[in-house]
Design a protein around this ligand. Structure first.
Ligand SMILES: Cc1cc2nc3c(=O)[nH]c(=O)nc-3n(C[C@H](O)[C@H](O)[C@H](O)COP(=O)(O)OP(=O)(O)OC[C@H]3O[C@@H](n4cnc5c(N)ncnc54)[C@H](O)[C@@H]3O)c2cc1C
Length: 511
């Protein structure tokens, strides 16, 4: 059953066995698993239910409808854009479909350092297989690369660098190129069209347009959640309260700690909201005069360079370089220069390729409770800025190797590189806050898993240490940054949490 805060009675009240806050990869996985086990589950989602027919492919409209703060959220210091979805399905609705299993070396590190025996590659393998089946994950054939991604492939192969096409959760994708504005063709197998309907088909209820503002607590138990019902304009139109035997918080790595901290939870670890990992990214664009690249056409993310990636801080760079297409609005914010200069560049938009750096950051930020919204305390550490510079240089080399006449970076001081000899320009390009465009698509780690409150905010089953029945299931659980696009890891960790809930809580405490 699907209910909307826009139409239910303005004083809405329900009692269920399990309430799940958020319907992204994390929340929807747990909701499905609990519903499969026969529990009476209610999912609460702050965003709206937006079916494929309403994805208009209009950038302004869709950014407002699908993204938190219309995609304009930044870190408190304004240094990095912080993009995440707020809609049924969460960011999986607007993401680029890249699917990586968690790197095995990283899993061994998590098992060893954080005491998480359920996360060995061997134990996670059947979970990944099951999830990939539901999400229809397949490897993209090279023949399906658009010109943008193919130029990145050609450049990196000419340099002898390791790279590959992505695995993607798509079915019958013909490459409309609007992944980040919602897939109008339902080719993207987001949580909104997989795990969420699988949960409702098993009897779970979905309440949309309902912002949870507080987890209700009594002693060592969570007793439910309460919050505001919103209308289409996201304005308050009433209140709701859900009483529940079990509370699962899956609001993503920013909103989960924000909600829990704001609810005054007891956190013996003292780490809730800390360890905020982000994979900072910056664009690097190649210019191919006279050639129509149209990086926004076709499958936007097809090829990645894995030569410099790393998950254990051993590679001096530690970044993936991923081909990416960007709609004009976002591109306009990336292109350097102002006024006429920027206008001239945008007129040649079709001649530019684009790739994004995905850096595995080494110094985390922190999420807290700001004035009516989360505070996001983060800045690019000098060591990470240095590694970012090295990654940008490698990406520039790849574009030059595939024939780019020049490479533009995302610096506010225009930085145009015409040959490898000019890579030294990057030293003076400016890497301080505000000098380079930074983007974050991946938020992780703010309620990390661990074997004890000394190392983790939640237990290896996702349970807040001080409570019998309060769980976290989303990207907050990551002990460290994944170093690869995180969605498959989130589905898998949420699946582990679901088992934990069914084992620990369901038998004894549900009425
Ligand atoms: C543009 C973009 C492209 C990306 N591309 C990729 C990619 O190609 N591959 C990949 O692996 N990853 C990608 N990601 C990241 C990936 O989609 C996210 O990491 C993942 O969706 C996070 O899952 P989650 O369950 O932790 O939270 P989310 O997906 O963020 O879901 C959380 C949900 O909870 C809701 N919520 C939050 N607080 C409340 C509250 N108080 N009350 C009610 N509801 C609440 C939110 O509205 C949201 O819908 C991308 C992300 C973006 C933004």
């Amino acid at each position: 059953m699907r209910l909307s805060g826009n139409t239910v009675e303005p004083e809405f009240h329900r009692r269920v066995q399990a309430v799940v806050v958020g319907t992204g990869p994390g929340g929807s996985t747990v909701a499905k698993r609990l519903a499969d086990a026969g529990l009476d589950v209610l999912m609460v989602e702050a965003g709206a239910y937006v079916p494929a027919r309403e994805f208009s492919q209009n950038e302004g409209e869709m950014m407002r409808k699908l993204y938190r703060e219309a995609g304009l959220r930044t870190t408190d210091n304004g240094a990095m854009a912080m993009l995440h979805g707020s809609v049924v399905g969460g960011s999986s609705v607007v993401n680029y479909l890249d699917c990586f299993r968690t790197p095995e070396t990283l899993l061994f590190d998590w098992v060893k350092r954080f005491g998480l025996p359920e996360l060995t590659p061997e134990k996670l393998r059947p979970r990944f297989e099951k999830i990939e089946e539901i999400l229809h994950v397949r490897k993209l054939p090279v023949a399906n690369l658009n010109l943008n991604n193919d130029l990145l492939r050609r450049g990196s192969e000419a340099l002898g660098w390791k790279g590959d096409t992505f695995h993607r959760n798509a079915k019958d994708c013909y490459g409309s190129g609007f992944c980040d504005l919602g897939c109008s063709y339902n080719a993207k197998q987001s949580a909104a069209i997989t795990f969420v309907p699988l949960a409702t088909s098993q009897g779970a209820t979905l309440l949309t347009d309902a912002r949870v503002e507080r987890v209700l607590l009594s002693g060592d138990r969570a007793t439910g959640v309460e919050g505001t019902l919103v209308d289409e304009a996201r304005q308050s139109r009433g209140r709701f309260r859900i009483d529940a035997d079990l509370v699962v918080v899956s609001g993503g790595a920013i909103h989960t700690p924000y909600l829990l901290l704001g609810s005054g939870v007891d956190d013996p670890s003292g780490q809730l909201g800390r360890n905020f990992w982000t994979h900072p990214g910056t664009p690097v664009c190649g210019w191919y005069p006279g050639q129509r690249v149209a990086n926004y056409e076709g499958i936007k993310q097809g090829w990645y360079i894995g030569e410099f990636s790393d998950v254990l801080n051993q590679n001096p760079i530690g970044a993936l370089i991923e081909g990416i297409g960007a709609p004009p609005g976002i591109t306009a914010t990336i292109f350097p220069g102002l006024g006429l200069e920027r206008q001239r560049q945008l007129q040649r938009y079709n001649e530019f390729t684009a790739a994004g750096i995905l850096l595995r950051d080494s110094v985390p930020g922190r999420i807290g409770v700001g004035k009516g919204r989360p505070s996001i305390d983060w800045s690019l550490a000098p060591a990470d800025a240095h590694r970012m510079k090295l990654a940008v240089a490698r990406c520039a080399e790849a574009w030059l190797a595939s024939g780019a006449a020049a490479v533009l970076t995302g610096h506010s001081r225009v930085t145009s590189i015409r040959s490898t000899a000019e890579l030294a320009k990057l030293d003076d390009a400016g890497w301080a806050s505000g000098e380079v465009a930074l983007f974050c698509f991946h938020q992780m780690g703010t309620a990390r898993m661990g074997h004890s409150p000394q190392v983790g905010v939640v237990s290896p089953t996702g349970r807040m240490w001080a409570y019998e029945n309060l769980y976290v299931a989303d990207s907050s659980l990551f002990p460290t940054a994944s170093g690869v696009n995180p969605q498959l890891t989130i589905y898998a960790l949420a699946d582990v949490v679901a088992d934990g809930i069914l084992h620990e809580a369901a038998g004894s405490q549900l009425h």
